[in-house]
Design a binder for this molecule. Structure first.
Ligand SMILES: Cc1cc2nc3c(=O)[nH]c(=O)nc-3n(C[C@H](O)[C@H](O)[C@H](O)COP(=O)(O)OP(=O)(O)OC[C@H]3O[C@@H](n4cnc5c(N)ncnc54)[C@H](O)[C@@H]3O)c2cc1C
Length: 354
């Protein structure tokens, strides 16, 4: 069977790994000339680790990633909630901190072992599909016919556009920002810290990604300039701003082409689910090809995607809304989760699944 994967982000690499685990060696093409050293996603959920275990590639993730067992929520630098999962059943079922470039690196290494090598500097320029095949044209003026194509070509997906699949939704005004920094001195690499501040309800999030390295994310355009928490920053590795879109493709399939990952959905990074959702799409797409039940793919994955987009949007609204009622609801829920064990467990279950 000839399968083409377009895009070597986390979604495309996971799809190729899933196919390789079933003995299907596919082509993976990537527009960039080399692997990116930059990271967007920094959180891997336990369900994703479970899925990677089934593909035989979880050990390297578990060896390298930071378990994020504690969550400290502050309001104007004063503790509002402190959740510690070190001593409960979630101790080893917490999100893991790992830069996205390392997630991609681990998957690429696993693929190399199976004989799959990403073809960099090669993009798909044109695609067409009928009931029994898909044809792709590449930037080096070659073309090929494939039984199946998995389009994991990200939020600006060329494939989605060429196949005229709608991507309705909204683009939020304003920009958020990130900074990846090295920390000097005391640092709890198991703790996520969220500081909510000001009347206009901004926030800063500190998320460990290595023992002495953290991602700082902010609802403002200047993550470092608006840092109010005492964090001894050594060097700044990168900074960046980004805009949030909330969109979902009208269908995840057209004939022989399946959309997966950001090509199929996007939402705010609150909760850290986007990449995890894409990796789950990737495995579902690959397995539906392997087991011949592609007919179910769009319906089932769109349903899961719609639910994640909706929950993420509720969480983003509660965290960043200026509405006093939403604020009160957020604080009340946070207090209940930290003081009522069944609610703490329900929250962990919700948060760590995709
Ligand atoms: C600031 C920020 C923080 C985030 N944090 C988290 C987090 O903590 N946890 C989480 O789960 N998610 C997070 N996300 C979301 C996550 O980064 C994305 O969901 C994830 O990168 C999507 O992966 P993907 O492989 O679908 O797409 P991408 O990573 O965008 O990969 C698509 C690839 O396709 C290639 N490509 C595009 N067009 C073509 C073409 N025509 N031919 C060949 N190749 C092509 C691109 O070069 C690219 O490499 C975050 C996002 C942002 C912006």
């Amino acid at each position: 069977m000839d399968v083409l994967i377009i895009g070597a982000g986390p979604t495309g690499l996971t799809a190729a790994t899933a196919l390789a685990s079933k003995g299907i060696i596919c082509r993976v093409v990537e527009r960039k000339s080399e692997p990116s050293e930059l990271s967007r996603a920094v959180g891997i959920m336990p369900v994703t680790i479970d899925a990677l275990k089934s593909l035989g590639v979880a050990d390297a993730f578990l060896a390298e990633a930071m378990p994020l067992r504690k969550m400290h929520v502050l309001r104007d630098e004063k503790t509002l909630v402190y959740l510690d999962n070190s001593g409960n059943e979630y101790r080893d079922r917490v999100p893991l901190g790992l830069p996205q470039n390392r997630t991609e690196g681990i998957l690429r290494d696993a693929l190399m072992d199976k004989g799959v090598q990403v073809e960099y500097d090669l993009s798909v320029t044109k695609i067409s599909t009928s009931a029994d095949k898909a044809e792709a044209h590449f930037s080096d003026n070659t073309s090929g016919e494939f039984d199946w194509v998995i389009a994991a070509d990200g939020i600006q997906s060329t494939v989605r556009e060429q196949l005229q699949i709608g991507y309705p939704g909204i683009d939020l005004p304003g920009k958020w920002s990130i900074a990846d920094v090295d920390i000097v001195g005391d640092f709890d690499s198991e703790e996520i810290t969220l500081d909510l501040y000001g009347r206009d309800c901004q926030f800063t999030l500190i998320l460990p990604i290595e023992k002495y390295r953290a991602r700082i994310a902010s609802s403002t355009e200047d993550a470092l300039g608006n840092m109010r928490l005492p964090l001894n920053i050594g060097s700044v590795r990168r900074t960046g701003t980004f805009q949030i879109s909330i969109r979902q493709a009208e269908t995840y399939r057209k004939n022989r082409v399946l959309l997966a990952g950001d090509a199929a959905h996007c939402h705010s990074p609150v909760g850290g689910k986007g990449m995890n959702l894409g990796m789950a799409d990737a495995i579902a797409a690959a397995m539906s090809i392997v087991y011949g039940n592609v007919g179910q793919y769009s319906y089932t994955r769109r349903k899961v995607g719609a639910s994640v987009v909706k929950k993420t949007e509720i969480a983003r609204y509660l965290i960043s809304s200026e509405n006093p009622l939403a604020k009160s609801l957020f604080w009340f829920s946070a207090k209940c989760i930290s003081s009522i064990p069944p609610l703490h467990r329900a929250f962990m279950k919700q948060w760590t699944s995709v």
